[in-house]
Every structure is written in structure tokens, then in C-alpha cells.
Design a protein around this ligand. Structure first.
Ligand code: NCD
Length: 307
């Protein structure tokens, strides 16, 4: 049985197979519309989400399967004190596959250990968000036709942003990738992330001003300041509008740079940027459904990876 806890759970070859499947799903969605008939997906969401949960549910519905679950820990037995380990043992008797989002780092890993059905990590605290990363990678591959040879800028809350941590580790496996980290000093990327890059010999720079990075980026990954992970309101208020990408700043970027964002956007991209052909964040949402469809099919039939 296979799970998706981090993007590293798949080799780069397996990821290619998954992305090829996602491409085919995007081109011929009807071919797949009965593939999960009679199967059930459980979504166990202990933390707020709209897009990730609805995207995973849409993926299952598009495949002809059904969905169930909870979107709020307060309405589940977690409110009675049930552990994740027990919850997943119970859910394993109801559903064929489960997606879990939890505020604690490592929660999905615990769930996978006790589960008898495939588990998808839909975000564990500030740690990882692998289905978003698969979305980001499919978007990059679809826009440019490859996953290597890029300068990737990541901007905003690099400390708490799990999409950032997931994407850096996933892209580190491809040839000639360089990173530019753009954050206020308080929201720098964690040491464990830069330590891993140092060990792998992957070049990166850290800057505080977006203007100092824009001219050399192939992709700019914007993120929101993660309000819910701050310990005090004051720090959040001070840092929340640190970066605002507007038309003026965008004039410093290459004409073929693409802007990605996992969404939700708060203030970090001015709405006037949405009409720029380089703004790819709403296209990204569509790729997210294709890649999650491909992921469900693959986890339900892991042998297809070697076919
Ligand atoms: C991200 C998340 O939940 O980490 N959102 C998402 O899944 N699309 C990013 C965020 O919340 O800022």
C-alpha cells in the first residue's frame, strides 16, 4: 500500500508517470469519469480549508466516486478526545482512501501507520503540503514543459508556509535548480530546509526586498503570511503587508516569468496583477484537480506506476 505524506514518497520517475496521467486526465476527462465508481474517499479536516478539501472531493467526484468526512474538528470525535490513530482505524472500515489535514506536524504520518487504506497528507501544521506541491509541479511542467533548470523565487512567509517547505524539497531533486528566498528576517526559511540544501549543494540566496530578486526569476511563488501560526497578533500585523506585488514591481520581472500562489491570497498580490499573462495562480487551481485525480487513481492502484 502507498500513501502520500511528502512528495519524496514518489521517485522522480513515478512523479513523471503521475504527471503524464494528470495531463491525460486534463485532455480526456470523460475517459476517467467512472474509474472510482463504488469507491469512497473520507476527508478528515481538523483545520480550516476550502480549496484543498473541495479540490480533493472534486477529484473523487470527477472519477465517479463518493466522498464523506468532516471539515471541522469540533464536529468530529476529536472534540471528545479521540486520537488520530483511533480515528483512522475506524475510518479504514468505512472508506477506501482518506485525506487528512491536521494542525500538528506528523499527524498524517501517524494516521498512515495505523491505517489500512491509503492516506493523503492534505497539510500537517507548518510541515508539508504534498498535494499542493504536486499541483505546483504539474503547473510548472504544463507551463514550460519541464521541471529542471529554473531560478525559483519564494516570497512571503517562508517560516510557517508548509507549501514552501514541500515545494523546495520536491524541486531540489531536479537538475540545475536555484532558489531565491524573499522574506522578512523574522519569517526566514527554517534551518532544516537550508541545511538540506547545503548538504545537496543546491545554491540559494536570501533577500528581504522583492525588488532585489525579481529580474532573475523564472517563477515567483507568492505566499500569504500565516496568521494562524503566529503566537501574537502584533507580530502578524507588523509583517502581514510586508510584500505586495503590484504592476509597478512586476515591471522588473522577465516577460516570461510566471507567478504562482497556493491561495488563499490576502494582500500580497494586488488584483491589478490578475490580468497579466504571467499570473498563473488561477490556472494552478485547475491543475490541482487533475493531479489529485491522478493521485487517487495511483494510490488505489499502485501497480500502475510500474505499468
Ligand atoms: C495553503 C495551505 O493550506 O497551507 N493553502 C492551500 O492549501 N491552498 C496555503 C495557505 O493557507 O496559505
Amino acid at each position: 500500500m502507498r500513501h502520500l505524506l511528502t512528495p519524496q514518497d514518489f521517485t522522480t520517475e513515478e512523479l513523471n508517470t503521475l504527471f503524464d496521467l494528470a495531463d491525460d486526465i486534463g485532455k480526456h476527462p470523460d475517459t476517467y469519469s467512472h474509474a472510482m465508481e463504488g469507491k469512497k474517499l473520507a476527508t478528515l479536516f481538523y483545520e480550516p480549508s476550502t480549496r484543498t478539501r473541495l479540490s480533493i472531493e472534486t477529484a473523487m467526484l470527477n472519477l465517479g466516486g463518493r466522498t464523506m468526512g468532516f471539515a471541522d474538528a469540533q464536529s468530529s470525535s476529536a472534540a471528545k478526545g479521540e486520537t488520530v490513530a483511533d480515528t483512522i482505524r475506524v475510518i479504514s472500515c468505512f472508506a477506501d482512501i482518506a485525506a487528512i489535514r491536521h494542525p500538528k506536524e506528523g499527524a498524517a504520518m501517524v494516521a498512515a501507520r495505523y491505517s489500512s487504506i491509503p492516506v493523503i497528507n492534505a497539510g500537517d501544521g507548518g510541515h508539508q503540503h504534498p498535494t499542493q506541491t504536486l499541483t505546483d509541479m504539474l503547473t510548472i511542467r504544463s507551463l514550460k514543459g519541464r521541471l529542471d533548470n529554473y531560478v525559483i523565487g519564494l516570497c512571503g512567509d517562508l517560516k510557517f508556509g508548509r507549501t514552501v517547505h514541500s515545494l523546495i524539497s520536491a524541486m531540489s531533486r531536479y537538475e540545475n535548480i536555484r532558489f531565491v528566498f524573499i522574506s522578512p528576517p523574522e519569517l526566514r526559511v527554517p534551518d532544516y530546509v537550508t541545511d538540506a540544501l547545503n548538504d545537496l549543494g543546491i545554491p540559494y540566496e536570501e533577500v528581504t526586498r522583492l525588488e532585489d530578486a525579481l529580474d532573475r526569476l523564472d517563477f515567483l511563488y507568492m505566499t500569504r503570511v500565516q496568521k494562524e501560526r503566529f503566537f501574537n497578533e502584533e507580530d502578524y500585523v507588523r509583517l502581514k503587508d510586508y510584500y505586495i506585488l503590484d504592476r509597478n514591481k512586476l515591471s522588473l520581472a522577465k516577460s516570461d516569468m510566471y507567478i504562482l500562489h497556493p491561495l488563499p491570497r490576502v494582500n500580497e498580490i494586488a488584483p491589478e496583477v490578475d490580468d497579466d499573462p504571467r499570473a498563473a495562480y488561477f490556472r494552478q487551481v485547475k491543475y490541482g484537480v487533475y493531479v489529485r485525480m491522478a493521485l487517487i487513481l495511483t494510490l488505489m492502484d499502485p501497480a500502475s506506476l510500474n505499468a
